[in-house]
Design a protein around this ligand. Structure first.
Ligand SMILES: C[S@@+](CC[C@H](N)C(=O)[O-])C[C@H]1O[C@@H](n2cnc3c(N)ncnc32)[C@H](O)[C@@H]1O
Length: 306
């Protein structure tokens, strides 16, 4: 039960499988992961996740990949303050919950989610409240507005709109906010498209790496083709983890301004889809784990009629 996550983690971290196959030993300081507990915890989070709005490029990661991704991110951000710039996938909640449930014995000291979708913000806050996770919170925030993180974070994570139609500029905007959340002195993981056959993901990767370099960051690592999505029109399209880190001595920058340049906002969510919405507001508090009343109607048995 515990070997699969260790094996995949070993492969991702570049370690070879042992002769015992699936029983690759975890690093000594890390507890072995109970896969059943991990998958069931992720399942709790998925139940709580609002449904994706495709028009804002919300496309959810598949559950198996969320298990692996959560463990990778908990390991990377162990003991650190971590900001999520947008998180419809709810990797933030998975990371905090796996730690709270003691499935993982490592993880960030604090997690804050910044998202413009109030349903996501509420889902994070409600889950944290229900499960008594005190080191997880969320704030309503639009990346086009200035970032004010309060106490700077050590690192950021973003799975942004992938910028297929704007050469990655929407990715760069989310990355910029992540860098600002760390006062330009931290590290980040950017989850973006990764495909050998298509041209645009390569252009986006180059654009993001160029942007990072101009901001005083370098690419410290890349884990290729790791995640799959519930994406009807491109089910094969995968994403990678692109790791960025501030160069030593990168000057601390705390200023942040609104982004209004129309050239940067063109095709933000896809072709001809400029950002026009400040916040997605939640109409009413929904229990996402159960069917909504407007999804179905009841046709009664004869004996069931009044
Ligand atoms: C764009 S989606 C990318 C796909 C990702 N797999 C997901 O579904 O979360 C990432 C997150 O960014 C958020 N987002 C989109 N536009 C935003 C904006 N202008 N400001 C802040 N968050 C935004 C979405 O609500 C979503 O939670």
């Amino acid at each position: 039960m515990t070997g699969l996550v260790s094996l995949v983690r070993g492969l991702v971290h570049g370690r070879a499988p042992t002769a015992e196959g699936l029983t690759l030993a975890a690093p000594p300081e890390r507890k072995r992961v109970d896969l059943r507990k991990a998958v069931n915890a992720i399942s709790d989070v998925v139940q709580n996740r609002p449904r994706p709005l495709r028009v804002f490029d919300q496309i959810h990661m598949k559950s198996g990949d969320m298990v692996l991704q959560s463990e990778i991110i908990a390991d990377w951000a162990d003991g650190k303050r971590l900001a999520f710039i947008g998180d419809g996938d709810a990797i933030s909640v998975c990371v905090a919950y796996l730690r709270a449930r003691d499935v993982l014995n490592f993880g960030p000291s604090h997690i804050t989610v910044f998202d413009f979708d109030e349903r996501t913000v509420e889902a994070v806050m409600n889950f944290a409240d229900r499960e008594r996770i005190t080191n997880l919170d969320a704030r309503l925030y639009n990346v086009l507005e200035a970032m004010d993180p309060g106490e700077p974070f050590d690192c950021f994570y973003t799975n942004p709109p992938w910028g297929a139609s704007n050469n990655g500029e929407s990715v760069n905007i989310f990355v910029e906010r992540g860098m600002e959340a760390t006062a330009h002195t931290g590290e980040g993981v950017v989850v973006i498209a990764d495909d050998d056959e298509l041209e645009w993901p390569k252009r986006v990767l180059a654009s993001v790496q160029g942007f990072a370099a101009r901001e005083g960051f370098y690419v410290s690592r890349m884990q290729r083709k790791l995640h799959e999505y519930h994406l009807d029109d491109a089910p094969e399209l995968k994403s990678c983890n692109l790791y960025l880190a501030a160069l030593p001595g990168n000057p601390t920058r705390v200023e942040s301004v609104a982004i209004t340049d129309p050239n940067r906002l063109e095709n933000f969510y896809g072709l001809s889809q400029e950002p026009r919405v400040r916040y997605v507001r939640a109409r009413r508090r929904l229990d996402y784990g159960v069917a909504h009343e407007d999804e179905y109607e009841l046709e009664m048995l004869e004996s069931g009629r009044e």
